[in-house]
Design a protein. Sequence first.
Lengths: 202, 202, 202, 202
Amino acid sequence: MPDVIEKLVATFLRFPGIGPRQARRFVYHLLTQNSGAVENLAKDLLALKKQIGQCQSCYRFFAATEASAQSVCDLCQDPARDSGFLMIVEKDADLEAVRKSSEYQGRFFVLGGLLPILEAEPEKKIRLRELQTRLKASPGQLKEIILALAANVEGDNTADYLQKFLAPAGLKISVLGRGLSTGTELEYSDAATLKNALKNRS
Amino acid sequence: MPDVIEKLVATFLRFPGIGPRQARRFVYHLLTQNSGAVENLAKDLLALKKQIGQCQSCYRFFAATEASAQSVCDLCQDPARDSGFLMIVEKDADLEAVRKSSEYQGRFFVLGGLLPILEAEPEKKIRLRELQTRLKASPGQLKEIILALAANVEGDNTADYLQKFLAPAGLKISVLGRGLSTGTELEYSDAATLKNALKNRS
Amino acid sequence: MPDVIEKLVATFLRFPGIGPRQARRFVYHLLTQNSGAVENLAKDLLALKKQIGQCQSCYRFFAATEASAQSVCDLCQDPARDSGFLMIVEKDADLEAVRKSSEYQGRFFVLGGLLPILEAEPEKKIRLRELQTRLKASPGQLKEIILALAANVEGDNTADYLQKFLAPAGLKISVLGRGLSTGTELEYSDAATLKNALKNRS
Amino acid sequence: MPDVIEKLVATFLRFPGIGPRQARRFVYHLLTQNSGAVENLAKDLLALKKQIGQCQSCYRFFAATEASAQSVCDLCQDPARDSGFLMIVEKDADLEAVRKSSEYQGRFFVLGGLLPILEAEPEKKIRLRELQTRLKASPGQLKEIILALAANVEGDNTADYLQKFLAPAGLKISVLGRGLSTGTELEYSDAATLKNALKNRS
C-alpha cells in the first residue's frame, strides 16, 4: 500500500476509539470523496489550530477572534458569570455538558485529565500549577470550589488529591452530589449510590 | 422433537431475557446432566413455592418457617426496624439492593411493578389496594414514605401517581435523590442528572 | 436469603451463558408464577430424563417410547437413511441444524465435544471408544465418514485427531467444505476462507 | 461552539460508522494535538488525492508515480498476472483481502458497490459501462469471470444481475464457493451454508 495511505491509517488509528480496520475504512472513504471535499477538510484542520485558542485562565478551547489575539475566553470574561464559584472539570466535553444543563452560572477550570491511583507525578497529568495561578489571580472573590469529576475511581482519587492540594487556600470545597442518575435502576446500583440517593432524598 | 423438550423450551422462553436458541441450549444442558441433578432441580422448584411465602404486609418473598405458617416476613416483624419510615420499591431485587447498602433501617413495601405512561388501570399493575391496607395498619406511626423507584420514565410516572394517590394521607413523601451514580461521567450525563448533582453537592 | 433460593440460583448459574444476576432473576421470575406453573416445570423436568433416552448407536437424545424401552433412536433405525455415510458432529444442536438443511440422508454420530489443542486424554473428552464400536457394528456398509465439525481451532484439531484415529479403518474420510458462509463479507474474511471460496467456486 | 469545530464535526459525522458524540471527540482529540501533528494530517490529506489515482482499467485506488501520470495501476500492468481470469469485487478492501490470501493470480475489477433488490438504475450504482469497456479491451484473452461478492442478499442480487448482463459475452462465469467460513459453528449455520459445505466437502 502507498505510503500516504499508511500514514493516514496510522494517524486515524490514534483517533479515540478507532481500530485498524476502521482507520483504513476512513481512508477509503476519503478516496471516494471528490478532491474539493478533501481539500475542505484539510483547510478546516489548518483553521482549527489557528481559530481555536486555549484560554489561559480556564484552559478550555475557544474561538479566538483574530483582531485581539485574545488569550482569555468568552466565559472567563463574561461579567454575568459569578466569580464566586469555580467548577473544576476534567475536560472540555464535561464543561459543555454542564453548560447545556443551564444550571451553573459560575466560572470553570479544565484540569486536563484525572489522576490514576498512586500516580507519582500528578503535576504531569493535571494542571496543578495552572490551577494555583488561577486561584491567585482572583484573590478574595472566590467563595467555593466545586469538584465536578467523574464518579469513578480516578475521579474520586483526583478529588481526594485536590482536596488536600487546595486545603491551604482555606476555601470551601464541594463535590457533585451522588445519587440515582437518569436511567439508573435500584437493582443494579451499588451501595454508595444508594446511600447517597437516600441521604439526598427530597 | 419430542413433546417434553418442546414444552421445556417454551417454559424457558418465558424466563426473563431468554430467546429460543438459549432456551433450547438449556434443555440440552439438562439432558447432559445426570438424572440426580435434574431430580434435585425439580425438587428445589417444588420446595420453592412451599418454603417461600409472600409477606402479607410488604409483599416481598421470604422463607416461611413451616411451624408457624406465618404470613408476615422477618423484616416486617423485626422490632429493630424503624416503623416511622416506609420505603416503596418496585420489586424484591430492588429491596435486596437497598438492604445490602446497609443504610436504611425502616420498613419496606413491594409495589410489584411500575406504571407505564397513560396506564388506564393502575390498580392492575401495582399493589394500590394493598398499599392502602398497609398504611391503615400502622396509624400514627408513619413519619415518611420514601419512593425508591427507578430513575426512568416509568419510575417517574409511578412516583407522580403515588404522590397524588397518597396525598390524602397527609404524610411526608420523599423521592430518592438524583445525582451522579457510581461510574457516571459528566460528558454523558443529561441535564437533569447534572442539575441535581450540583444541587446535592456537599 | 433462604437456602432453596440460593440452591436454585446456584443451579441456574450452571446453565449455559447465565451469570449470577440473571440466575437470581430466574428465581424471582419463578416466585411470581403461580404454583401450578412451577409444578408443571418440575414435572416436565422429571419427564425429560424418563422420556428422553440417549441412542446407544449415535448418542443423540431422542424420545424413547416406553413400551419398547428402545435403546436405538429413530434416525439410526430409519431404513430410508443411507448407511453408506456416517456424519460425525459435535453435539445434538449441530445434528439438528444439518437435519433442517434437508440435504444429508446418511447416518450420524454425536461426538459429545471437541478436543482442545494438546488434550492429554482425548478419550475423556469425546466418544472415541463408542465411535469404534459404532464402526465395527456396520462392517462393509460404510463408504464415507464425514467430519462435520466447527470451523475453528478446536474443530480443526478434532478433525486432525479423528483422521489419524480412523485411518486404520481404511475408509474415505471427508471434511465439510470451507467457503463464504451466508452473511460473510470478503473484506472481513481470512485467507483460509477466501482460498477455499476460490477453490470451491462454481 | 465555533464554526470551524462544527464544520469538522459535520465532516467526521460522514465518516463510516461515526456518530455525533465520537465526531466531536475527534475534534477535541485534534485540539489537544500540537500544531505540527494537525498540519501533517492536513498535508497527508492533500497528498492523498494527488498521489493516489484511480486505475482506469480496474478502478482500484493506487499510488500513481508522478513522472508518468499513469492511468493504469501496477496490478493491471503486471505481466506475471494471468489475464485469463477477471475477478469482480465490490470494493478496494475486498480486493486487498483477496490479495492477502495469496491464492489468486488473475486480474481484478472493482464494481464500486452492490445492487439493492429491485434497483431501478443499476448503472448508477455499479460500474456497468466501465465493465463492458474493460471486457472489450482484452478480446480473446479472458477465460473466466469470477464474481467475488458478499454472501448476502445484495451480493447475491448483484451476482444474478451480472450473470445476465455478462451472458452475451459467452464467457465462463463463476461465483465464490459457499461453505463454513473460519469461525463458523454448525449449530448457528443456515441451510444454504450447510448444503454447500456438504457439497464442497473434501
